[in-house]
Write a protein that binds this ligand. Sequence first.
Ligand code: C2E
Ligand code: MG
Ligand code: MG
Ligand code: MG
Length: 280
Amino acid sequence: KAKADGRGCARRYDQSLDEALRQRKSLEQDLGRALERQQFEVHYQPIVDSATQQPTSYEALLRWRHPELGLVPPGSFIPVAEQSGAIAALGEWVLQQACSEAASWQSGESVAVNLSAMQFHDTLLFDKVASVLRRTGLAPARLELEITESVLLEASDLTLSTLRRLKAMGVRIAMDDFGTGYSSLSSMRSFPFDKIKIDRSFVKDLPGSSDARAIVELIVQLGRQLGMRTTAEGVETHEQAACLRAMSCSELQGYLFDRPAPIADLSSSNRPIIAEAKRA
Ligand code: C2E
Ligand code: MG
Ligand code: MG
Ligand code: MG
């Protein structure tokens, strides 16, 4: 009987694995056509100065409006796009969208764009960023690129030279999700980041957990000593914001201020001033 059950289990497992593979395959196929079918949208989330509460920048967050599945979050399709190679074209599209949108913000805020580790395998990445800035007219200092530790884990000469050239042009580089990777502290020595983004997993336990308080305080101090600004991700409550402000964390980002949305849908106090469209 046990044996029969075991076989039944194995068969069910095979079926669900099969189903998962089929779903992934179809997601991958849909993804390959999604760009030309204009199914992607960029949403923006304000990042506010912790002292003034005024937005200093907006993070561009990609969304996929799938005809059957609805709005698919990036966590579900970015890994698929990285595996299929679709991330290359998608990454360029997001950069172009975000920079051209930001160029219309008269109030001068920056835009933060996430780059996948895969994009750093492209020898032309620097030129692509430079040409998007030229085309859109966005000042390099108003573009911030967010990378995770996975970019530095490989730490090829190409990656480091691309980062240095971007920084020399005036583009700012932020370390995203700090504290969750395998080599957090050593990555701080690999490259002079402009900003450290403190991962939400630490922020969510503030102010109650003394461990979380100690870790966040340490990261803020590390940032100060290294001349890097610090941004707390995932700030959801006033208590978290007050705690982070008391620690002198430079900037705050989270649902407390606004959820990611198309620029026009952000709350009015968080919207940039948009230049009137020029008439031909
Ligand atoms: P991330 O860069 O760390 O972005 C922050 C994520 O936290 C976003 O999730 C945002 O919606 C979410 N978030 C912000 N505030 C709060 C909060 O108060 N509470 C909670 N629970 N969550 C909050 P999202 O938009 O689902 O994006 C997930 C990840 O997907 C991003 O993490 C980033 O790694 C990746 N991603 C998004 N857009 C792009 C893109 O254009 N290119 C690449 N390569 N990756 C992207
Ligand atoms: Mg990010
Ligand atoms: Mg992050
Ligand atoms: Mg994150």
